[in-house]
Design a protein around this ligand. Structure first.
Ligand code: KIV
Ligand code: ZN
Length: 396
């Protein structure tokens, strides 16, 4: 075996799905209990490592949903969110009590702007809160995640003090969120590297990324955080979440899978279930998926331009970097429109079981082009109709 053909050892990146918590927090995305159970069941079957099922103190409905998902989950760890408040932590602990694996995820703001205007606390007071609340959570469950809300706008020295305090009190996962989607990939990568180098007990915890998409950088930042040493990615199906949303699960997972040549990581996600998950969440939340959304948008595997269709008919890798089957889409779609060329038209006729002589083919193609100029969508029935017309009038 040559050095270049040797299999590279890939690091496992844990997928933490927060569709049912951060995702549901976006305006208008509320789900019923049955919808949440259906989403959680699919996430569990798909291989999501941690499902953040809700914010138990927020309402009785949220508590019930987290508790029921915790009872039903077969493989995933079930997390409940809690502010750094004793009553929140106790409620989250109660909600995940019946899970095979339960996690309390507690957070507190660390940035100067949050401390001054939201928390109205000093830095030392927040350190005290971290020590107390993480210890309380750790008395209830073995698996405690602590998040530094607005970590990316927190001075690094203070962030390191907070992380050290959280790990000392028993946090097993440290999440450093880009709460307001402000970081750039370089900054986010460096933040993880610095914290992991400077905090003496850093190797006792798994580090986690949690990126919002306000500048459209959520995926790039998440991947940069992984390069900086994080091994858990927090994300949501279809990228739903506060404001511009969270990093989209399907994009992270497929980026890691497709570019394994430059990113030596792997996830445990069964990618053929991604499209189903996207449709289920879109249906449950009533949030349409944008047509050109990466991986799961209706156009993600559709081609209209003549040049692209011709290439696709010759070899699918000319214009597709992953197969539709790998994300659960049955096949590539060559959309017939004014940009389509002869090769695609001929292939469409074959698919419809129509054989034409060269002359008739030429005539039908000209009619098709004229129709496509007038009509936005040319359906199979339109093509069948124009071929019938062509057969009635053309002469070989
Ligand atoms: O964006 C954020 O900071 C959060 C925390 C609660 C983890 O969602
Ligand atoms: Zn968030």
């Amino acid at each position: 075996m040559t050095a270049s053909s040797m299999p590279t050892q890939k690091d496992r990146v844990l997928i933490f799905d927060t569709t049912l918590r951060d995702g549901e927090q976006c305006p208008g995305a509320t789900m019923t209990l049955d919808e949440k159970l259906a989403v959680a069941e699919l996430l569990d079957a798909m291989g999501v490592d941690i499902i953040e099922a809700g914010f138990p103190i927020a309402s009785n409905g949220d508590f019930e949903a987290v508790a029921e998902i915790a009872r039903r989950a077969k493989r995933a760890t079930i997390a409940g969110l809690a502010r750094a408040i004793p009553a929140d932590i106790a409620r989250a602990g109660e909600a995940v009590r019946h899970a095979r694996r339960g996690r309390i995820h507690t957070f507190v703001s660390t940035s100067p702007i949050h401390l001054a205007h939201q928390m109205r606390k000093t830095q030392d007071e927040v350190i005290e809160i971290i020590l107390k609340t993480v210890s309380q959570a750790r008395d209830l469950v073995e698996d405690v995640e602590w998040s530094a809300m607005d970590a990316t706008r927190t001075p690094i020295d203070y962030l390191c003090r907070c992380v050290e305090a959280a790990i000392r009190s028993g946090a097993t996962t440290i999440n450093l969120p880009d709460t307001v989607g402000y970081a750039t990939p370089d900054e986010y990568r460096s933040m993880f590297r610095s914290v992991r180098e400077r905090v003496p007990n850093a190797d006792r915890a798994v580090f986690s990324v949690h990126c919002h998409n306000d500048l459209g950088l959520a995926i790039a930042n998440s991947l940069a955080g992984v390069e900086g040493g994080a091994r858990q990615v927090e994300c949501t199906i279809n990228g739903i979440g506060e404001r511009a949303g969270n990093a989209a699960l399907e994009e992270i997972v497929m980026a890691i899978r497709t570019r394994g040549d430059v990113m030596p990581y792997e996830t445990g996600i069964e990618t053929t279930m991604l499209t189903r998950a996207s449709k289920l969440v879109s249906h449950a939340t009533n949030f349409p998926v944008q047509y050109n959304k990466a991986i799961v948008g209706r156009n993600a595997f559709a081609h209209e331009s003549g040049i692209h269709q011709d290439g696709m008919l010759k070899h699918t890798e000319t214009y597709e970097i992953m197969t539709p089957a790998s994300v659960g889409v049955s096949k590539t779609s060559l959309v017939m429109g004014k940009h389509s060329g002869r090769a695609a038209f001929r292939s469409k006729l074959e698919e419809l079981g129509i054989t034409l002589s060269d002359n008739r083919m030429q005539d039908a193609f000209e009619r098709f082009k004229a129709l496509a100029d007038r009509k936005k969508h040319v359906y199979d029935e339109d093509i069948e109709a124009l071929v019938d017309e062509n057969l009635a009038t053309a002469h070989d």
